[in-house]
Write a new protein. Structure first.
Ligand code: PGA
Length: 251
């Protein structure tokens, strides 16, 4: 039986609200917490809700540090397709997180290995991630940890899977523009977070979500490693979580 706490809600907006409650709780208990953030379509309702609560004076990010899961290789932070830019335009520009408390991988780093080690070392110096937000890819990836023969522990350079590039091409002019490689936190870095919050929306992820949470733990489905973590909360909309119901105990 999976130990994760699974919450099924009506729709993406509701996921945003429930996820924001978990962020608020973490920040209330530890105002100088380290938040691990994610990009993609899934966290957008959460970021909108965090901004709304900040504007209403309900949340204060002044002591918070943030780190991000991943970044495309070869894109400058200012590039409109970069994940740095995504975070700036969807969250950082609208809340009071201090610039010096934001850690992002630099897609233009000359020495990728050095960049990855610096990234991990900084997270460690800051005290480790308190709450890591993640989505799940259609192939079971977390961050950009693509299906592979082994779980890669450390922050590393990865060649993007063809289906990931195809999926992400919706945000580019064409598939050929999607970078072929990225830097990503490893499964070990994600696993080291004290608490993990996995959000999932969209019916076409229901099968992979079930495999990740209830199938064999295997690097072929990187998200399956979450089964071994002691503090995982999964929030999904009813359609995406449909296949999970048969594994859940009735309330
Ligand atoms: P999405 O991406 O939120 O855009 O679906 C999730 C992921 O690929 O991890």
């Amino acid at each position: 039986m999976n130990k994760a706490k699974i919450i099924l809600v009506k729709n993406a907006e509701e996921i945003g609200g429930r996820a924001a409650d978990i962020f608020a709780d973490t920040m209330r208990k530890k105002p100088n917490c380290i938040l691990g953030l994610a990009t993609g379509s899934t966290p957008l309702p959460l970021y909108r809700e965090l901004i709304a609560r900040y504007r209403r004076g309900e949340m204060d990010f002044s002591g918070v540090h943030t780190v991000n899961l991943d970044e495309y290789l070869g894109l400058a932070p200012e590039d409109s397709q970069s994940y740095s830019h995504f975070m700036k335009t969807n969250l950082f520009d609208f809340v009071n997180i201090k610039k010096e408390n934001i850690l992002l991988l630099n897609g233009l780093a000359e020495n990728v290995e050095k960049e990855c080690r610096h990234y991990e070392n900084t997270i460690e110096e800051w005290g480790g991630i308190d709450l890591q937000l993640i989505g799940i890819g259609h192939n079971g990836h977390i961050g950009f940890n693509e299906p592979s023969k082994e779980f890669i522990v450390e922050t590393h350079l990865i060649k993007l899977a063809q289906d990931t590039r195809k999926m992400n091409s919706r945000l580019f002019n064409s598939e050929s523009e999607v970078p072929r490689a990225a830097m990503t936190m490893g499964c070990g870095n994600i696993f080291a977070a004290k608490k993990i919050l996995l959000l999932a929306t969209g019916r076409n992820k229901s099968e992979i979500l079930e495999r990740a949470l209830f199938g064999t733990v295997t690097p072929r489905v990187p998200a399956s490693i979450l089964q071994l973590h002691p503090d995982v909360t999964v929030i999904a909309d009813a359609d995406t979580g449909e296949k999970l119901k048969r594994h859940m105990l009735p309330n």
